[in-house]
Design a protein around this ligand. Structure first.
Ligand code: GLV
Ligand code: MG
Length: 348
């Protein structure tokens, strides 16, 4: 895991000294103490209805980086209360193969939200990595969840601040307040774009989630994706793209995932097991790209350390501090995906 490798400097969005968790003067609404988090990949985040034991059991063995058990839109109102018990049982039993385990609760304005959090955390705190909070429209939503989690952790004797938060930005209000949302809690790990609700909120003329609305000449998602990414990175958070609903259209999914990865996103939701490989691949650097990134880091360390030079050339290309930062991001993603190196830096 990258966070444990002290030989390498932290990347910008890792939970580290560069994040709002530890940054002096950073705004922290909740009461949790500083808790550095190791970088965990979230290339593919699988949505699983929390009411379906069959889908949950199937999800255990799938090669996604994160699974989130949903209590929100994929669960009918009449099934929500019972789904909490199913989710608690599922988190607390069986083998999840090292995946990140999250639960999406209902949004803060619904009558279900507080019980979702209380029941799930009381029932499965030790087996839960993060809560996904949907339809976040301002920092108060996140502050509410942060404080409730702090109360629960304290009552349960669990380490304060261990359970993270992923905030979904999925309407006009949320996007307008995204900077304040990103700064709302040291528990935040990721901002997540929610294209379905976002399209509905803006009145986009499309019924296909994640696909471009017909008639628009540009990329309708460029602005929200970039806006969310900037807010996330300004606070050291991950940025995750939302779902692409046309399950059989792997080419469309690939276009969407590759585009988000190129922009800088860390991962994307998947709504079907058949989407996982495409998305994992899109968010994993190519082997030669990863190799080159590690080489740049080694060369840069040599030139700035041993030779005390700020800029140097590597294979005919100039490298400097900015190149190092770019290489850090690629190296982090490659290491998280367990890619192997084939080249080492040799001075001279
Ligand atoms: C996900 O929640 C979405 O609205 O796209
Ligand atoms: Mg949504």
């Amino acid at each position: 895991m990258i966070g444990g490798d002290s030989a390498h400097a932290p990347i910008v969005w890792m939970r580290s000294a560069t994040s709002n968790r530890a940054r002096p003067g950073a705004r922290s609404v909740g009461s949790v103490p500083s808790m550095a988090r190791a970088y965990r990949p979230r290339r593919s985040c699988l949505a699983v209805p929390g009411s379906s034991r069959r889908f949950i059991d199937k999800a255990r063995g799938l090669p996604c980086d994160e699974v989130f058990l949903d209590l929100e839109d994929s669960v009918a109102p009449g099934a929500k209360a019972a789904a909490r018990g199913t989710v608690i049982d599922a988190l607390s039993s069986g083998d999840w193969g090292g995946k990140l385990r999250a639960v999406r609760v209902n949004d803060a304005r619904t009558p279900w939200a507080y019980r979702d959090v209380i029941e799930v955390v009381e029932g499965a705190a030790a087996n839960l990595d993060a809560i996904v909070l949907p339809k976040v429209i301002g920092p108060a939503d996140v502050s509410w969840l942060d404080l409730l989690l702090t109360q629960l952790e304290s009552a349960l004797g669990q380490p304060a601040g261990r359970i993270g938060i992923e905030a979904q930005i999925e309407d006009a209000s949320g996007l307008a307040a995204v900077d304040a949302i990103a700064a709302a809690s040291p528990r935040l790990e990721a901002l997540v774009f929610g294209p379905a609700d976002f399209m509905a909120s803006l009145g986009m003329r499309s019924l296909e989630v994640g696909a471009q609305p017909a008639g628009y000449q540009g990329d309708a998602f460029h602005y929200p994706l970039l806006r969310i990414l900037i807010a996330a990175r300004s606070r050291g958070l991950m940025a995750i793209d939302g779902p692409y609903a046309r399950i059989a259209d792997l080419a469309g999914l690939e276009r969407s995932a590759v585009g988000a990865a190129a922009l800088g996103y860390d991962g994307k939701w998947v709504v079907h097991p058949g989407q996982i490989d495409t998305v994992n691949e899109a968010f994993t650097p190519a082997a030669d790209e990863y190799d080159r990134a590690e080489l740049i880091l080694e060369a840069y360390e040599y030139y700035t350390g041993t030779e005390q030079r700020g800029a140097a050339t590597l294979d005919g290309e100039m490298i400097d501090e900015a190149t190092r930062k770019l290489a850090l991001a690629t190296a982090a993603k490659g290491r998280a995906a367990d890619l192997t190196r084939t080249r080492r830096f040799r001075p001279g």
